[in-house]
Design a protein. Structure first.
Lengths: 395, 290
């Protein structure tokens, strides 16, 4: 009897030990073999958009500094190696060729650079975390990359409908569009489809290249007597259009909708005094009460005193670094050069479908490489954003 | 071969072809900026026929110079006799035209462009063969009666007319040849990068090839051959702090060279001196080793 009891205790203990070993074994076996996690990051630090690039670099460096101050990734420091792509697809491809076999790559950033560099990632079956360059552009290269927000096709309609609902008298709309970036033209098309579905006629687009004086474009648009306007341009051009519209009698700015790219400090600075009533839709909620976001934005203001809120690109890249950390630690990645392909595939699959990822402003799911994030509609009142509606992620 | 080196050689080859495409019409004094336009036609052609019609890559590469030449021939009908400045402005406009056309053509992917273009199976061999063949053609043109007629036209149109040279034909042929070189450069670009889109064929590309021709040497084909890889590769190896100043370096170099040495670093005399040096070395070698 006693013997049987002892046997049973032994069996139970053995079972318990076995279970515990299953739980902790990956962690023990997952001791990294690298002294530091070197991750290449491709971004434009020169050229016409270098200012945006430097902001994104700051956000990435900030995340790495925080992670390293808290003990690194699985006890090893994170070192980010920067590669400047300019806004040049050929250079982006050349820089990518230097790092394409890495465990993970941060970037590239910008639609032209993605189109230049990501085909190489696909050919080499690598993994580039291209988190903020337009989901439509980046999704061409799935599953070898990810994007932190959903397709514009899905996220554009709710906010556009929200704006149309708030302007029931609006029967015709005209769109100012920057034609040289496919993301801009895609958004304009989705906005047009949504508005037409609401019974609003969308007049032919007015294309805006970067120019000093946009008066002629605005006069051309006004000539068609539209009731509403959408601005799908670069921020500075957006600001100039707003001022020109104001000059030509469009005082009620609630008839104007801008898309996320316009929402930049340069836009607010240049269009100051002309934007009350304006609607902006965006993926990020700069009014979020999240303590992490508040702390991050306080640091941002110190680093960029002229800018009130961190840009969406900066936030995305900050989140991206933490996503890499989560993948490495949860999957027990070792960094062993002989296992780079296997470990890279694991990281890629984790990032493509991680659930409830704690982002800087909100938690979000990744589904097949796309971030399922909410959309927000803001209205400008007394020069400040006011959140008027939040649209949940489209499943 | 390591991937970065392979990529560097591939892009150097493409930029050399483009630089020669600028150099050829400049032989008769035409500042012809349309190679980027012809390159776009070659690139889109190669991308389309390989992805939509499943043409073999070799066939696409072999056909691309004809496509580039055809699209260069159309504006050449009007630009063949145009003076340097007019050619520059009109050919610059062609870049805008081709960008707008492809942006509005859905079958070419519109603004988004085309993806999933197959890669060259033997990129190094293919690019070196294309470069060698193109180099021989440019060299033969340089040293032919036609090339000398073009050179005379560069110095004086009156004297050229006195010799009975058909100036319009010379201008047109050089522009068409330039289109052929650009067309094949475009096909190689499409297969190297794996995607084509309107923004890829822009003025920044023109800046590199323009610098290669005018810094390297605008009166000999060797200038582009030596300086296109240097100027294209420079920002890739420069330390980050200096790389930010890349455009200033290009611009500064261009200004300094144009002031101090208008014919570029490698002039005809330089080529002659190097040639003499090589011949002397060969003679010495023969004497020493019998």
């Amino acid at each position: 009897m006693l013997k049987k009891k002892i046997e049973r205790i032994f069996v139970c203990l053995f079972g318990l030990l076995l279970s515990v070993s299953f739980v902790i074994a990956p962690a023990i076996g997952a001791e990294p073999v690298v002294k530091e996690w070197k991750v290449p990051s491709l971004i434009f630090l020169t050229g016409p958009y270098a200012g945006f690039g430097k902001q994104i670099k700051w956000g990435t460096d900030e995340a790495a500094a925080e992670i390293n101050a808290a003990g690194g990734i699985a006890g090893r420091p994170l070192v980010i190696e920067w590669y400047d792509t300019g806004m040049d697809p050929a250079k982006a491809a050349a820089e990518m060729s230097k790092v394409v076999k890495s465990l993970t790559i941060f970037g590239p950033v910008g639609a032209p650079n993605c189109k230049g560099a990501l085909p190489l990632v696909v050919r080499e079956k690598g993994f580039a975390m291209t988190v903020d360059s337009g989901a439509e552009v980046v999704s061409e290269f799935f599953p070898y990359t990810i994007h932190n927000s959903d397709m514009f096709e899905r996220v554009t309609p709710p906010a556009t409908r929200g704006w149309a609902k708030r302007n029931p008298q609006m029967k015709t709309v005209i769109q100012f569009v920057f034609p040289f970036d496919p993301t801009f033209t895609d958004v304009a098309n989705y906005q047009a489809k949504t508005l037409e579905a609401q019974g609003i006629k969308v007049l032919p687009n007015v294309e805006i290249s970067e120019s000093v004086d946009l008066a002629s474009a605005v006069i051309k648009a006004m000539g068609q007597k539209p009731d509403g306007f959408t601005i799908v341009t670069l921020p500075m051009d957006g600001a100039k259009i707003i001022k020109e519209l104001d000059k030509r009698g469009v005082k009620d700015k609630s008839r104007v909708l801008t898309f996320p790219v316009v929402d930049d400090q340069s836009f607010f600075d240049l269009a100051k005094g002309y934007i009350d009533g304006l609607y902006i839709w965006h993926f990020q909620n700069v009014l979020s009460k999240s303590p992490r976001w508040q702390a991050f934005n306080a640091k941002w203001r110190k680093a960029f005193p002229d800018s009130q809120y961190a840009t969406f690109g900066t936030v995305c890249h900050y989140d991206m670094v933490y996503m890499f950390k989560a993948a490495v630690e949860k999957l027990g990645i070792t960094g062993d050069p002989t296992k780079v392909v296997e470990e890279r595939n694991k990281i890629r699959e984790y990032c493509r479908n991680v659930k409830g990822f704690p982002g800087l402003q909100y938690n979000f799911d990744m589904v097949d490489g796309l971030g399922k994030t909410p959309t927000f509609l803001f209205r400008i009142e007394n020069g400040e954003r006011k959140l008027v509606e939040t649209y949940p992620p489209i499943k | 071969m390591p991937l970065p080196l392979l990529n560097y050689i591939a892009f150097s080859g493409i930029f050399i072809l483009l630089s020669w495409a600028i150099y050829l019409p400049y032989r008769c004094g035409q500042l012809y900026l349309a190679p980027v336009y012809s390159m776009a036609t070659g690139a889109y052609f190669a991308a389309y026929v390989t992805t939509e019609w499943n043409w073999p890559i070799v066939l696409a590469i072999l056909s691309s110079p004809f496509v580039g030449a055809f699209f260069a021939f159309l504006p050449a009908l009007g630009l063949r006799k145009a003076p340097g400045f007019t050619t520059a402005i009109a050919s610059l406009a062609l870049i805008f035209i081709i960008q707008t056309i492809v942006m509005n053509l859905k079958i070419l992917g519109g603004h988004s462009g085309m993806f999933g273009i197959p890669a060259l199976e033997y990129p190094l061999t293919t690019i070196l063969i294309v470069l060698l063949v193109a180099g021989i053609i440019v060299y033969r043109i340089d040293h032919s009666r036609f090339g000398r007629a073009a050179e005379l036209l560069y110095y004086s149109s009156e004297e050229t007319a006195c010799f009975g040279v058909n100036m319009a034909l010379v201008g047109m042929l050089l522009q068409v040849l330039s289109g052929a070189l650009s067309g094949i450069a475009g096909a190689l670009y499409a297969f190297t990068v794996g995607s084509v889109f309107p923004g890829a064929f822009s003025f920044s590309m023109l800046l590199v090839v323009f610098s290669a021709v005018f810094v390297g040497g605008n009166l000999t084909m060797w200038g582009a051959l030596v300086f296109a890889p240097i100027l294209w590769g420079l920002p890739l190896i420069l330390p980050e702090a200096i790389a930010e100043w890349k455009d200033v370096i290009y611009g500064g170099l261009l200004i300094c060279i144009l002031i101090l040495r208008p014919e570029g670093v490698i002039s005809k005399e330089t080529v002659r001196e190097v040639g003499d040096g090589i011949r002397k070395l060969a003679r010495m070698r023969r004497r020493v080793f019998g």
